[in-house]
Ligand binder design. Structure first.
Ligand SMILES: Nc1ncnc2c1ncn2[C@@H]1O[C@H](COP(=O)(O)OP(=O)(O)OP(=O)(O)O)[C@@H](O)[C@H]1O
Ligand SMILES: [Mg+2]
Length: 468
């Protein structure tokens, strides 16, 4: 169940909201001060915090800053006493999902909360730290280190990033799932002179036709039924900075037309407003599918494609990055240790052999997940082959002792009988989820359908088992 923390110094508001949200399927905790709220957060994971801007001991801005630093995955909605666009923009740029103005209307609150919970994992709005250059070639991507690698493919990639970053060129990033398109987009932003301005990522794959316009451009209060508040669009939020349009191939033809107009004229209007705003946004787009093919099929506008295609970077699959796999593996082991409080030092030779022989359809993301999983299940100081998922461990040369001859669907079955039930269920669940995700190319909606659970449950499970 999704957990919500309500922070409001008016006890009655807390009680009312708590009743209302509980009735609507949420688990609610209330707090009347910022301090107690933060204390609750150390003890429990909340999906969302609904926080009043004016609190007796602190304010919404301070709360947001603290929450976003320590719990970046928790969504925050700020409740303000009056509609103050400047404040709202500031809060959203600081990472708030949305803001709601008083007086509160339950349906509006519920709607915003539902959307926030859905979007939490999808839209990722963060303020990024200016790039720190370590050893001159590493980038810091919002806490995650961007690993460069030594292979020819990686060096070529880095050269292109360095080349295009300081310009205002639009960029198309293409590459298989998990090759690091979003990471590269962030990297380009940080290496540009826009680095102190926002980087706004938007998942076009999850946009509905009805909402797309307002998500892109915002809307004025009252501009259509249900527009109870003024909403700032992603372009406006990103103004001065960079917007990253992920899965751009999924946009409907109509939206592509509106987008083309905005990009050509460099001006936008909120829906329901006559005021034009100058647009100064660098656009980076990513696509899993081949956009040229989509044009051929009439699914993507050629004129829009050419606007985006000022520069094109194709990300290499992990299997083509040679020894970089080692660099990635050690770096991910290091972060998994920190995150899971482990002290695993390295990998057995067999494990490394598998890493080099496996073909990594999920690329860097898959490697990261595999290492997290293995770190979680490793009690000694070296990751052994038994901590790897079956489809990878079969790539060890010397498998005769570990595996019996019988196979299940061509995959050798582990001979070793499990004696420890503690992790068994979790391991099985982990593998099932990961396999299905891979099967559907990491499309979570499809995966949830196949797994016969809803998307929220899938997200929660993925979070619980540390799957990215
Ligand atoms: N060069 C890199 N250094 C460190 N981590 C990386 C690098 N490239 C990718 N990753 C990690 O791999 C994961 C997937 O990367 P990212 O989300 O950027 O891929 P993507 O190409 O956008 O994937 P998808 O097509 O599925 O959206 C992330 O957790 C990211 O941090
Ligand atoms: Mg992506």
């Amino acid at each position: 169940m999704n957990k919500i923390l309500i922070v409001d110094d008016e006890v009655n508001i807390g009680i009312l909201l708590s009743k209302f949200l509980t009735r609507n399927g949420y688990e609610v905790t209330t707090s009347t001060s910022g301090e107690t709220a933060l204390e609750y957060m150390t003890k429990e994971n909340f999906n969302l915090v609904l926080c009043d801007f004016r609190l007796e001991d602190t304010d919404g801005r301070e709360m947001l800053r603290k929450i976003k630093t320590t719990y970046p995955n928790t969504g925050v909605i700020i409740v303000t006493g009056y509609s103050d666009i400047k404040l709202a923009v500031e809060l959203i740029k600081m990472g708030a999902y949305d803001y709601i103005t008083k007086p509160l209307y339950p349906d509006e609150i519920l709607n915003t909360i539902n959307k926030a919970i859905e979007a939490q994992k999808i839209i990722n709005i963060t303020n990024y730290e200016p790039a720190k250059s370590r050893e001159g070639r590493k980038l810091e991507v919002s806490g995650d280190e961007f690993i460069v690698g030594q292979s020819i493919a990686s060096k070529e990639l880095m050269k292109q990033i360095e080349l295009v970053s300081p310009t205002n060129c639009s960029v198309i990033l293409s590459g298989e799932s998990g090759t690091g398109k979003e990471s590269v987009a962030k990297g380009i932003h940080q290496k540009s002179n826009r680095k102190d301005k926002p980087f706004i990522a938007m998942d076009c794959g999850s946009l509905t036709k009805e909402l797309a316009g307002s998500e892109f451009f915002g809307h004025e209060k009252g501009s259509f039924t249900g527009a109870l508040f003024t909403k700032i669009g992603h372009f406006e939020m990103a103004n001065g900075g960079t917007i990253f349009l992920d899965e751009v191939g999924n946009l409907s033809y109509d939206i592509q037309a509106t987008l083309l107009r905005a990009v050509q004229e460099r001006k936008i209007k909120r829906i329901g407003s006559t005021k034009e705003l100058d647009l100064d946004v660098r656009i980076i787009v990513a696509s899993n599918e081949n956009l040229a093919e989509a044009i051929q099929k009439g699914k993507f506008r050629e004129d829009l494609f050419h606007r985006f295609n000022e520069f094109n970077i194709s990300l290499p699959p992990l299997r083509d990055r040679g020894k970089d796999i080692l660099t990635f593996a050690h770096s991910f082991l290091h972060s998994a240790n920190e995150e899971l409080n482990r002290k695993v030092e390295g990998f057995s030779e067999e494990v490394l052999e598998c890493f080099f022989n496996y073909n990594w359809p999920g690329n860097v993301r898959e490697l990261k997940n595999v290492i997290r999983r293995a770190t979680l299940f490793t009690e000694g100081n070296e990751i052994q082959i038994k901590a790897l998922p079956l489809e990878i461990s079969t790539f060890a040369k010397n498998t005769s002792t570990e595996y019996a001859a019988p196979t299940r669907g061509g995959i050798p079955v582990k001979k070793e009988v499990r004696r420890d039930l503690k992790n068994a269920a979790q391991e099985a669940e982990y593998d099932t989820i990961l396999n299905v995700l891979k099967e559907v190319n990491y499309n979570k909606t499809k995966a949830a359908k196949i797994l016969n659970i809803d998307r929220k449950t899938l997200y929660n499970k993925m979070k619980a088992i540390n799957l990215d």
